[in-house]
Design a protein around this ligand. Structure first.
Ligand code: MN
Length: 293
């Protein structure tokens, strides 16, 4: 006889931003990881930068971050306010606004720029975004670069009743599949949770799961609390998490199967070994990741 038990995914810890800095001149970010030493606990995610919310005065010279390389992972930009334009050396370009997501697979290497979109910059306005770095398994680190513009309209939004809403960017929820194509199993949800309307979510036992609070205040499994710009990280073991908001809240829910391979980092490159990092720098300097035209 078999019994099916739903075990609680317990909280591992609650974290505040570990550093605050500017990325270029357009993205004032609070970093949740890697500045908090969470590597194994958030695998396959490598970095979470929370940009803004910040008002930018009108300008004819769009702010942002100019030409720079990446290799070995994916950059995922989720926009809440403002408009951001991207273009890269693989020939991909895109503009994303509120509710849109840009999923850029650097893999073997691209050079790109990330700027406030021209008209948005000219008018001035508030920018609020998250950039998440998603690791690639060794076998995919040197595959061809890719690019997905995921528009608000393409992201299934599930009504949770009473005004709550869960948008499936990647993975699935209640049979609805998110549009993002991923290399490893990932669930990525934009969650708007109403006060005092608890939500239970289920994840595969053994997957990492964390919750970032953009606005509001939540408790997880009836105890651990987190407020604005804080991250709740759960343990791998267990599957069920109950989230309750004390006030109307907005969260990013991130879950994935750990890749569990060695991580070697150097700035915009994330590989498995030091030798591969040296190679990445040489390849970039030799122009093998291309240039912006
Ligand atoms: Mn970049």
């Amino acid at each position: 006889m078999t019994t099916v038990a739903t075990t609680t995914k317990e909280v591992f810890g609650v974290y505040r931003p570990g550093s605050t800095h500017m990325v270029g001149d357009g993205f004032p970010v609070r970093n949740l990881f890697p500045s908090n030493d969470l590597d194994r606990a958030v695998d396959p995610f490598l970095m979470l930068d929370y940009a803004g919310p910040r008002y930018f005065e009108p300008t004819d010279h769009p702010r942002g971050v100019g030409e720079h390389p990446h290799r070995g992972f994916e950059t995922v930009t989720i926009l809440y306010e403002g408009v951001v334009a991207h273009r890269d050396s693989a020939g991909n370009a895109g503009v994303i606004g509120p509710g849109d997501v840009q999923w850029m697979t650097a893999a073997s290497g691209v050079v790109h720029e990330e700027l406030h979109e021209k008209k948005f910059a000219k008018k001035g306005g508030t920018l609020q975004a998250i950039q998440l770095w998603v690791n690639l398994p060794r076998a995919s680190k040197m595959s061809a670069p890719g690019y997905q513009t995921i528009l608000n309209a393409d992201i299934p939004a599930i009504d949770l009743g009473g005004g709550g809403k869960l948008r499936v960017i990647a993975g699935s929820f209640q049979g609805r599949k998110g549009p993002a194509r991923t290399f490893t199993p990932i669930q990525l949800y934009d969650l708007q949770l109403k006060a005092e309307a608890p939500l239970s979510l289920t994840f595969p036992d053994g997957h990492n799961m964390s919750l970032f609070v953009l606005q509001g205040s939540i408790s997880v499994n009836g105890s651990s609390n987190a407020g604005e710009a804080e991250l709740i990280v759960c343990k791998r073991h267990g599957s069920q998490v109950t989230i309750e908001a004390q006030v109307d809240s907005r969260l990013l829910v991130m879950s994935g199967e750990p890749i569990e391979e060695p991580i070697a980092r150097y700035g915009p490159f994330v590989m498995n070994t030091q030798a591969e990092l040296v190679q990445a720098v040489q390849d970039y300097q030799a122009g093998k990741m291309g240039h912006l035209s």
